[in-house]
Every structure is written in structure tokens, then in C-alpha cells.
Ligand binder design. Structure first.
Ligand SMILES: Nc1nc2c(ncn2[C@@H]2O[C@H](COP(=O)(O)OP(=O)(O)OP(=O)(O)O)[C@@H](O)[C@H]2O)c(=O)[nH]1
Length: 422
């Protein structure tokens, strides 16, 4: 079982291939945006030698991008009729299953409620992928929740990593239960298997899961070229919503809802796996009139280079692979996770907020960015805005953080609570 060796995972994979990031070659004037099979400098307008991408009939309707030359086909020696020297044919080794290890976990207060950030290392790449877990059992004692849904725990985090590990070591990396405080420090107990034995009560819906890919532009800069920031915000909001539990509500005193429960698996595969550098270049090609898929292809990339093996391994580590509701519109994700052995009991659509806002009274064109509207839950939104454009955040943790900046780090701010005139 990969999980049982989680503490032994060798975490030194080779660095990614530099093939897409070669510098421009001043001698040849070639743009090495891709693997060198195509000289893009020869693409002068009116080039008779252009080959055009074949657009399937059913895709033409939505594709208004200029025709794009295809990369030349690679020549391959024909094997027809040739005797194959089996001694020289290297057997294709099956890919090793990805192993993951949760290195640390901590509480993050979000505008939608508390979340627990889990940082993962893995045996496939050097990136720090994350799980943002929303589960009331993470911060309250089981008796307080009144729910028999099993707590969402990382098996690899709760494992004992080292015989010499102290309680403080375990707590520092997040292997504790309940809400951590100066007076409450309960070290977690390692589980034997990733799947907790406690059965889920009848009527408690499966956890809601979102697999999200990193988007620096959308999530950090607030770019409105995509809805990634909004999707991340919406995913955390939806997972945090109380869940109605119809069958439990018939019991005397039983709650009619339970706190929201699920996780966002945050994968560091920027730009659908092509990386930020290529995505920036792709945006320039998009400004020239190409669509997002075509721009990727022109750079020698696939339309989507993402993989979901690491996501599946993280979900297995969290025991979230057996019966989940998946928040996505992307069929590839559903298929990829099913291939990884996950049971998806329901696909929950991810409706863009700008689409929710579409009504005859709202002019989305032109002033869309400044238009304020109410979403279906009555929350005021700015069309197209992300976490950055969302409502302001406040709370106990933020106050503490700001106070320390002022009082300990010399930040030039009056403490507003001590300056009522501010
Ligand atoms: N290459 C490229 N990547 C983009 C562009 N716009 C957004 N992205 C990336 O697209 C990814 C968004 O993926 P997800 O949030 O998983 O969403 P999705 O695959 O559209 O599927 P859903 O689950 O239905 O939302 C992020 O990695 C973004 O960086 C673009 O124009 N070009």
C-alpha cells in the first residue's frame, strides 16, 4: 500500500524538462517556444506553405480563431513487414503509482468559514500541491458537531514519521485534533488505514470536492481573462454551505443541516499545465485573435497538459476517494478521476457568476467590470471579480495579524480600534 510508506517517500524527482523555456536564439532568429520542430519565423502572411488545422464540423461554430498551421508530422520508420528485434525493444515500464505525503496542515480562516490547508509533497514532481479541507470535525470535538460523518484526516500526516518525534513536532506540523490553542493541544492518533472505520450516517451527503488548477493571473492579479479566481472563491463558498440532512431531521432534536464538508485539491499546474511563462505568451497570441486552445497548440503545447494522478493520490490520503460529489464542468476531470479508481456519485455544475448575473436589466458588455449585482444568495458581487474584488475581509485572526504588524514590526498605520476618529 503506498500510504503505509508515506513517511519514506523519496521526494527528489528530477527537474522539469527545459524544452519549452529555451531562450530566444539570436543566431537563427527562431522563437524556441516549442520543441524546435517548427520555425515560426517562416510564418509570414501569405505563406503558401501553410498547413491548416482541421476543425471538426461540430466545433466550427464556436471557433472564430484564425486558421493555424499544424506542426509538421514527424517521420517514422515504417514497421510494416519489418522484423522486430525483440531483444532491442525496451519494455515499456508501467508508471509507478504516485505517493503523497502531507507535510503540514494548518487552520485558515476564510471569508466563507474556517478551512484547513494541507501541504503535500509527492513522488511525481517537485511542486507543493495543496488540499483545502472544509470540515467542522477539524476544529471542534466530535461531540460538538453531532454528525457521524467521519472527520477528513490525512493518513500520511497523522502517521508517526520518526520514533524520536516529539508531541511538539507533531503539533507543529498539524497532527493534532480539535482547535489548537494555548490550552488545547491534542496530538492525533495515527490511523492504521487511510479509510476511517466510522460509517457515515444515513442521509449525510457525500463530501463536495473540487479539483482546481493554479491560476496566478486569475487568483492573484484578479485577471478577468478567466474565471479561475472566482471559481476558487465559489468552490470554497459552496463546500462551506450547510448541508441539509433530511433523514436525520426526523429524530428528536436532530439538526436539519450539518456544516459543509469537502475539499478543494489545489494543483500547481498553472495554465492548464503549460506553466505561467507559456500562458503569458499564449495570452499575447489570444490578443492576436487566437482562442485559448489554438494559442496553446501554436506554442507546441497540448490544449490541456494537466494530469490528475496526484489529485487522486491526495484524495486517497484523505479517504475522500470513495463516493464524492465533484464540482466541475470538465468531463476530462471526471474521466481522469474515475480512471484513478475514484467513485463519483454526482457531478455538481460550476456556474460562472457572470452567467448567474445575466438578466435583461444588466448590461454585461462594456461596463461589466464595475457592474454590481446580487447573486442567487443575495450576495453583492462585482461581475468577473475574484477573491480580490470580493467583499472586504475581517475577523479576529486578521485583527491580530494587523495589530502585530503595527505593534511589533513598525508598520505605519494607526490602530483603528484605538483611533475612533479614523
Ligand atoms: N493555457 C491557458 N490556461 C488558462 C487560460 N485561462 C485559464 N487557464 C488555466 O486554466 C486552468 C483552470 O482550470 P480549472 O480551474 O481546473 O477549471 P477547468 O478545467 O476549466 O474545469 P472546471 O472544473 O469545469 O472549472 C488554470 O490552470 C488556469 O491557469 C488560458 O487562456 N490559457
Amino acid at each position: 500500500m503506498p500510504h503505509e510508506n508515506a513517511s519514506d517517500i523519496a521526494l527528489a524527482p528530477s527537474p522539469p524538462s527545459p524544452k519549452f523555456d529555451r531562450p530566444l536564439d539570436p543566431a537563427s532568429g527562431r522563437n524556441h517556444y516549442h520543441d524546435g520542430t517548427k520555425d515560426w519565423s517562416k510564418w509570414a502572411s501569405g505563406d503558401k506553405g501553410r498547413r491548416h488545422r482541421v476543425i471538426p464540423e461540430d466545433a466550427k461554430e464556436n471557433d472564430d480563431s484564425p486558421a493555424v498551421p499544424l506542426p509538421p508530422k514527424k517521420r517514422r520508420a515504417s514497421l510494416v513487414g519489418a522484423a522486430v528485434d525483440t531483444a532491442r525493444v525496451k519494455p515499456v515500464e508501467p508508471a509507478k503509482p504516485v505517493e503523497v505525503k502531507c507535510m503540514a496542515r494548518t487552520r485558515i480562516p476564510t471569508p466563507h468559514g474556517p478551512a484547513f490547508l494541507h501541504l503535500y509533497h509527492n513522488s511525481r514532481d517537485t511542486k507543493e500541491h495543496l488540499a483545502i479541507v472544509i470540515d467542522s470535525a477539524q476544529y471542534s470535538e466530535p461531540s460538538e458537531t453531532g454528525v457521524s460523518a467521519p472527520p477528513i484526516r490525512s493518513h500520511s500526516l497523522d502517521a508517526v514519521w520518526d520514533e524520536d518525534e516529539t508531541e511538539m513536532d507533531r503539533i507543529t506540523r498539524g497532527a493534532y485534533v480539535g482547535r489548537l490553542s494555548a490550552t488545547n493541544q491534542n496530538v492525533s492518533t495515527p490511523a492504521i488505514a487511510p479509510h476511517p472505520p466510522a460509517p457515515t450516517s444515513d442521509g449525510v451527503p457525500s463530501p463536495l470536492i473540487r479539483i482546481h488548477s493554479e491560476c496566478f493571473t486569475g487568483e492573484t492579479v484578479g485577471s478577468m481573462r478567466c474565471d479561475c479566481g472566482e471559481q476558487l472563491d465559489e468552490a470554497i463558498r459552496l463546500i462551506s454551505q450547510p448541508i441539509p440532512v433530511t433523514s436525520l431531521s426526523t429524530l428528536p432534536g436532530a439538526p436539519s443541516t450539518i456544516p459543509g464538508r469537502g475539499a478543494v485539491i489545489y494543483l500547481r499546474q498553472e495554465g492548464r499545465g503549460i506553466g505561467l511563462l507559456s500562458k503569458i505568451r499564449a495570452y499575447n497570441l489570444q490578443d492576436l485573435g487566437h482562442d485559448t486552445v489554438t494559442a496553446n497548440l501554436m506554442l507546441g503545447h497540448g490544449a490541456d497538459e494537466r494530469g490528475y494522478e496526484i489529485a487522486a493520490a491526495i484524495l486517497r490520503d484523505l479517504a475522500l476517494d470513495d463516493g464524492v460529489r465533484l464540482l466541475t464542468n470538465n468531463p476530462d476531470k471526471v474521466e481522469a478521476l474515475q480512471k484513478e479508481g475514484m467513485t463519483i456519485v454526482e457531478r455538481v455544475p460550476m456556474v460562472p457568476r457572470s452567467w448567474q448575473a445575466r438578466n435583461p436589466n444588466l448590461q454585461l458588455a462594456g461596463s461589466a467590470a464595475t457592474e454590481v449585482w446580487q447573486d442567487k444568495d443575495g450576495v453583492e458581487r462585482v461581475a468577473g471579480a475574484t477573491l480580490i474584488g470580493g467583499n472586504s475581509v475581517h475577523g479576529e485572526d486578521l485583527d491580530k495579524y494587523l495589530r502585530t504588524k503595527v505593534l511589533r514590526m513598525g508598520h505605519m498605520l494607526p490602530l483603528w480600534m484605538e483611533s475612533p476618529e479614523q
